[in-house]
Design a protein around this ligand. Structure first.
Ligand SMILES: [Zn+2]
Ligand SMILES: [Zn+2]
Length: 394
């Protein structure tokens, strides 16, 4: 894990009245507005941790502990967390796969229980985050500070603007999305708090169900989701883009159902995976593959390995490129030679990958061609990694 090394740039600051934000209007004009505090959000996000941590602890202390209680938290966290990661994020915001209306309804119901607003609102804001990441109009811009990106941005009101959903025309045309946009608050209260209370009642303690499956689960789901905007833009390695704040970090992935490989995600947002290796902790990716296996999901988008390798190589070289132009020793010469070899192997890998796709479409044997592409990717990696090490030592 490396500490954050983001270049600090002047950003808009809070004022006594609220937080300033910049809006880019069509036609290129930029205005600044003062955003007012949202006291409902402030009260909700302050009270739920009190109830979910202190309240649950006190209630359990006086009324006893049973194994079903943390299991209820975990079960609700799984259903709601997956609806946010695989649903709100990878399906509705990024369209990284197609899925049946049944699955969409599951995401809409359990996603609403996360108390993170509707799919329409969440996805529209998230698309702005990707488009303007690290810039003033990124809604949770990390350059405004760790806590602003984590939670403080929600403490300010979003005035309803006519262009708020201009980037979500596809979602405006989706019946499930529009139904959920109308009812998400009711679903949150009736489902997010009602279901765990009923499950608690089945075990003879409805209030324990409400505390463990309602409030504690809500706090966990809130802050693990918020970690993606804060931790995943702060700690870790910018493996796929050296200039962006998004980072790859397995520890963050562990607490966010796989969303910690955020450097990869910002570089390839259409990919249904965030952790690309088989051993990368990414339950949302496994869930989506499971849906495909049952026939409930199709058209999973994944980036070809040669393209992924190219992005990794460029990001790694970006960090040492000054040495490449500043010095000219025999070591630098050898590094240049290695880089040329790495690029050559990548070009071959890309061509072979394309040919394998064509062969597959024609129904002829393609696996051998794809294996050859993988071989060139590995050879390229060997060369560029050695080049980077040489430049680091130069
Ligand atoms: Zn991000
Ligand atoms: Zn995203």
């Amino acid at each position: 894990m490396t500490a954050n090394t983001i270049r600090r740039e002047p950003v808009l600051k809070p004022t006594s009245k609220g937080h300033t934000t910049r809006l880019k209007l069509s036609g290129g004009a930029v205005i600044e507005e003062v955003r007012k505090k949202d006291w409902v959000n402030i009260a909700f996000l302050t009270l739920t941790p009190v109830l979910g941590i202190a309240g649950t602890a006190a209630y359990t202390w006086f009324h006893g502990f049973h194994l079903w209680m943390p299991l209820l938290t975990l079960g609700m966290y799984g259903a709601v967390g997956l609806s946010i990661c695989a649903g709100y994020h990878r399906f509705f915001s990024h369209k990284s796969y197609e899925c049946s209306p049944l699955v969409q309804a599951f995401y809409a119901l359990f996603g609403a229980m996360a108390a993170q607003n509707s799919i329409l609102w969440w996805s529209a804001a998230h698309r702005v985050h990707h488009k303007y990441a690290d810039k003033d109009w990124d809604p949770y811009n990390i350059r405004r500070g760790f806590w602003y990106a984590h939670i403080l941005w929600i403490f300010y009101k979003n005035e309803a603007r006519p262009d708020a959903f201009d980037n979500a025309q596809d979602l405006l045309a989706n019946k499930v999305v529009m139904w959920q946009h109308r009812w998400h608050k009711q679903i949150m209260l009736a489902g997010g708090l009602g279901i765990p209370t009923l499950i608690g009642a089945a075990f003879g303690d409805p209030l324990a169900g409400l505390f463990w499956g309602g409030f504690t689960r809500l706090v966990v789901i809130h802050h693990t989701t918020f970690f993606v905007n804060s931790l995943a833009h702060y700690f870790g390695k910018p493996v796929f883009n050296a200039e962006a704040s998004a980072r790859d970090n397995w520890l963050v992935a562990l607490v966010t159902l796989g969303e910690g490989y955020h450097s990869f995600h910002h570089r390839f947002p259409a990919d249904f995976r965030n952790g690309i290796r088989w051993y990368h902790w990414d339950p949302a990716k496994w869930w989506i593959r499971g849906l495909r296996w049952t026939g409930l999901a199709t058209g999973l988008i994944s980036t070809p390995p040669p393209q992924v390798e190219q992005a990794r190589m460029r990001a790694a070289l970006r960090i040492v490129e000054e040495k490449l132009t500043a010095t000219s020793t025999s070591l630098v010469e050898e590094a240049r030679r290695r880089m040329r070899a790495a690029s050559h192997h990548l070009e071959k890998a890309i061509a072979l990958w394309r040919r394998a796709i064509e062969q597959r479409a024609q129904g002829i044997s393609w696996r051998k061609t794809r294996r050859a592409a993988h071989l060139h990717v590995r050879r390229s990696r060997k060369h560029w990694k050695l080049a980077v090490r040489m430049l680091e030592a130069a």
